[in-house]
Ligand binder design. Structure first.
Ligand code: ARG
Length: 262
């Protein structure tokens, strides 16, 4: 129990506005009050101010600043390509209610489909945000080890989001384990386009509202975005890790899209 709690504690709040990490119902421990703001976080800790400067809140989804004026998010968060003023990006604080930036247009990856293959999109801002961007992963060798997830999403399956950014550490899960489990349960799973992470015993995960946010890995002291929060069966359930868009697979598509953004 103590171990489980410690693991959950890692989950919490980090920085800006979008993702929520959910602790799992299966391993539910009593919620721990968040001393500062009265929200309950399942097993997490709040991100420190400035810890994830690239983290963006997109009103119900997360995103990451990959260029001073471009946010990488999930396709299922924005839905279509074209001019758009229906989103506001918020960045620069762990509080999701801070610093609004206007959106100019969105680009949804052309290969995105209903089974969530290629679940990424770009959001172009009307102006640049003076914050540190994050590199998107171009090297598949980075797709293993321990990752960090973050967001303003639900703190438990079926729960509500967090005002303050939460973060957690999650282990890589191989396609052979993750893909097999999901396929057996009737889900469509693409080994090359999806990257899984989360303890196989459950308890730590992203959840609804965290979509579009980054999963990162520290490579030689620098954060690199290896995943985009995409989907999962419930949240933080045993044997069903979080599923992330495998960024390295789409790195050249992201680069090409950046060059063509309206
Ligand atoms: N699709 C969800 C969203 O729109 C994210 C789900 C992530 N689920 C998970 N178990 N990791 O916010």
């Amino acid at each position: 129990m103590g171990l489980n709690f410690a693991r959950r504690a890692v989950l919490l709040v980090a920085a800006l506005g979008g993702l929520v990490l959910a602790p799992t119902a299966a391993s539910a421990a009593p919620p721990q009050p968040d001393g500062d703001v009265g929200v309950f976080v399942v097993g997490g800790t709040r991100a420190a101010s400035g810890e994830f400067p690239f983290m963006v809140y997109l009103g119900g989804c997360g995103g990451s600043l990959i260029r001073p004026n471009v946010v990488l998010t999930a396709a299922h968060c924005v839905g279509r390509t074209g001019a758009s003023t229906s989103y506001t990006a918020r960045a620069g604080s762990v509080d999701r209610n801070s610093f609004p930036y206007s959106v100019r247009s969105t680009y949804v990856y052309s290969g995105y489909d209903v089974s969530a293959d290629g679940d990424f999109a770009l959001v172009k801002l009307a102006s640049s945000i003076p914050l540190t961007t994050i590199a998107y992963n171009t090297n598949a060798a980075n797709n293993s080890g321990t990752f960090t997830i973050m967001g303003w999403g639900a703190t438990r399956e079926g729960g509500s989001g967090s005002r303050y950014l939460l973060k957690a550490s999650v282990p890589f899960v191989s396609d052979s384990v993750c893909g097999t489990n999901y396929r057996r349960a009737g889900y469509s799973f693409s080994d090359s386009e999806m990257l899984c992470a989360g303890p196989i015993s459950g308890g730590t995960d992203t959840c609804q509202g965290d979509s579009g946010g980054p999963m990162i890995k520290t490579v030689n002291g620098t954060p690199v975005q290896v995943g985009v929060v995409s989907w999962g069966r419930g949240c933080a359930r045993a044997n069903y890790p979080g599923v992330y868009t495998e960024v390295s697979t789409f790195a050249s598509a992201i680069t090409a899209a950046l060059a063509r953004l309206p």
